[in-house]
Design a protein around this ligand. Structure first.
Ligand SMILES: [Zn+2]
Length: 325
């Protein structure tokens, strides 16, 4: 029996069990899902927080919707799997998953998403991209196999989701992005979704910033970075939206500054890249409540649109208005 047949058999068994128990398979919260609309491109924030649970926000995660289908998932931090369900998105609808880096607050809910997708009807591979490794972090491929692959993965019972035997059916297809220097690389181009990536600096953590081009609009994701290597502004040049991480205040020093960009740096990058709209996310206890100070610091350099993100926010991304001739 094939893995796919196994999965279908399990679904039938589950349906029978639910029928016997008199329960419904429909999600209890289905009527309360927060959809971003059925037209155009929309950036949705699933997780607007950082690693602290006390910020009462899911950790980093974003969706790019196109005409009512969530096509791209960026990061999958803790708490974001619940937001994914609330958004109305499905794993079956995704074209690609992009991981900016492998910190817990960007990846912890990946197993929950994968397990949930067992109950969907996806029949094609799901590409997943993330950074390469170093002495402190595994490669993305190793990370995924350490989670799911038999015989040694933590969730080895989900080996079906990474097994080469499942190729041609639904399985995660992991890719390591070994980016160097000032390289901006086109890494994905399928079904009208194009993704570019560049290396950014986040302390010793291998880290990547992404740009998603879809339906004529462009959205950049800084991920976590100190903002100092010059790559983010080149990746994000002229984008319609840039999501930047607001994890520290100006004046931050030491490890905080080595890992994150303060608002003054975010503003400079947004100005230099001529970003049309800036969305501040990855909000932490040390930046929450300081929005006026943050905005003032950004406004020293950047005059474009600016918003602070909250979980489940939807930001429509309009096409540029054509110039009348
Ligand atoms: Zn983070």
């Amino acid at each position: 029996m094939t893995d796919g047949a196994d999965r279908r058999l399990a679904k039938v068994a589950w349906a029978l069990l639910a029928a016997v128990c008199g329960t419904s398979l429909a999600p209890a919260q289905a009527a309360q899902t927060t959809r971003c609309g059925r037209e155009g491109v929309v950036l949705q924030v699933l997780g607007s927080g950082g690693p602290e649970l006390q910020d009462e926000r899911a950790s980093s995660s974003y969706l790019v919707w196109s005409n009512g289908v969530a096509r791209v998932l960026v990061d999958s931090g803790g708490g974001s799997a619940l937001r994914f369900g609330q958004s109305g998105a499905t794993v079956a609808g995704l074209d690609v998953i992009l991981l900016t880096h492998l910190h817990v607050d960007h990846t912890a809910d990946l197993p929950a998403l994968v397990k949930s997708s067992f109950f969907e009807d996806r029949s094609t591979p799901l590409p997943l991209y993330g950074p390469g490794g170093n002495a402190y972090f595994p490669t993305t491929t190793r990370f995924v196999r350490t989670l799911f692959a038999a015989p040694a993965g933590a969730y080895r019972y989900l080996d079906d989701f990474v097994s080469p035997a499942a190729r041609g059916q639904y399985a995660l297809e992991s890719h390591d992005l070994i980016l160097t220097g000032r390289e901006v690389r086109s890494i994905f181009n399928a079904h009208g979704v194009r993704v570019s990536a560049t290396k950014v600096v986040h302390g010793v953590v291998p880290a990547v910033a992404y740009r998603v081009d879809i339906d004529g609009v462009r959205i950049a994701f800084s991920g976590d970075t100190d903002g100092n290597n010059g790559n983010l502004e080149r990746l994000a040049r002229g984008v319609d939206v840039m999501v930047a991480h607001n994890a520290v205040r100006d004046g931050a020093t030491g490890v905080e500054r080595a890992l994150h960009m303060p608002p003054s740096v975010i503003g400079r990058i947004a100005r230099d890249a001529a970003v049309k709209k800036l969305i501040l996310s990855h909000r932490m206890l040390r930046t929450l409540g300081h929005e006026a100070e943050t905005e003032a610091s950004i406004r020293v350099s950047y005059a474009g649109a600016l918003a602070f993100a909250n979980d489940l926010d939807c930001f429509p991304v309009p096409h540029a208005v054509p110039v009348a001739r």
